[in-house]
Design a protein around this ligand. Structure first.
Ligand code: SF4
Length: 316
């Protein structure tokens, strides 16, 4: 089943995070493109919820539908995006619960009175579900000689208290007191700010909205993180260093193992089975699939809505 290992055409926040936490993890997930056969319910549910938010907002802010009609469209889209995935009993994220979460979100933040409204570009379209891909200065693909783009997608560019922010929505099981702290330095958000600024949108930072999904209730939290210029410059320098290190490892075909905390993050590293074995390749066919990884991949409807000024967009 293994495909020919290849350096990725695009780097995104997830592949960078994998590399800095454990180069071996990056090798498995991004160079070999492996993922567990069993889909993560958290990923399926989070993706479906994001789709529901996107469709609801586009229908209300973009097409001018009444809020209830827009929400109905969002619910339908969420249901379709969830698909046939079977949610285990112990996880509170079955499709019905995710629909209830979406309804609860718009009760907490009614679109008409939400103090955070979507930014509208020169064409008047709301900046919802924003996709970008921009060359990383000084980083050249080791096989093709082409620039390596940094790519990503975030939920919205929002206007809040006369400032612009990138907006990211997160689902979680609990919103404890430390929940806001994890975003203070989060590279993913700084990358979003860098990208927005490259497109001439002067964002001041990021707004992260979290919803906790429990069996009997939902919780909401919002955190605002500033991203001053020095922080964005530091982020870019670090990204360039990380990508150059990835290229060096790729050329040498040497991928270090963390063998520590990274192995137990988010429950358990998906490649634990391979690292626990003296003969990892024999387990690949049984537990892993080759994933269809492309951070820019969108369905045709999303293509229509994506904000990618042609003169700045870089297609790998
Ligand atoms: S199990 Fe640990 S060493 Fe192995 S890939 Fe995952 S993080 Fe790296």
């Amino acid at each position: 089943m293994l495909i020919q290992p290849a350096f990725p055409k695009i780097i995104d926040a997830t592949s960078r995070r994998d590399y800095v936490s454990c180069p071996q993890k990056f090798f498995r997930s991004t160079i070999q493109k492996l993922a567990l056969k069993e889909l993560s319910t958290h990923l399926v549910a989070g993706g479906a919820y994001a789709r529901g938010l996107e469709v609801t907002r586009k229908a209300y802010y973009g097409k001018g539908l009444p809020a209830d009609d827009a929400l109905n469209k969002g619910i339908e889209a969420l249901w379709i995006a969830y698909g046939n995935h079977e949610c285990p009993e112990k996880i509170n994220k079955n499709p019905l619960r995710m629909v209830q979460a979406l309804v609860d979100y718009f009760e907490e933040y009614p679109m008409k009175t939400d103090p955070m409204q979507p930014y509208r570009g020169a064409d008047g379209e709301p900046a919802i579900e924003w996709t970008f891909a921009l060359p990383i200065p000084g980083c050249i693909h080791p096989d093709t000689g082409l620039p390596i783009p940094y790519a990503g997608r975030f939920d919205m560019i929002g206007e809040f208290c006369a400032n612009l922010y990138v907006v990211d929505e997160k689902t979680t099981t609990s919103l404890g007191p430390s929940w806001p702290n994890q975003w203070k330095l989060r590279s993913q958000l700084t990358g979003y700010c860098w990208a927005a600024q490259q497109y001439g949108i002067p964002v001041a930072g990021a707004i992260i909205r979290g919803i906790s999904i429990l069996k009997t209730k939902f919780g909401h939290a919002q955190v605002l993180c500033q991203r001053p210029e020095w922080m964005i410059s530091r982020w870019l320098l670090q990204l360039q260093t990380d990508v150059k290190n990835m290229i060096q490892d790729y050329k040498q075909d040497k991928w270090s193992f963390n063998l520590d905390e990274a192995c137990n993050q988010y429950g358990e590293c998906p490649f634990m089975t391979l690292c626990e074995s003296g003969n990892p390749d024999k387990w690949i066919d049984q537990y892993y699939r080759v994933r269809d990884w492309d951070p820019l991949k969108k369905n045709p409807e999303e293509d229509e809505q994506a904000i990618l000024p042609p003169e700045r967009a870089f297609h790998a």
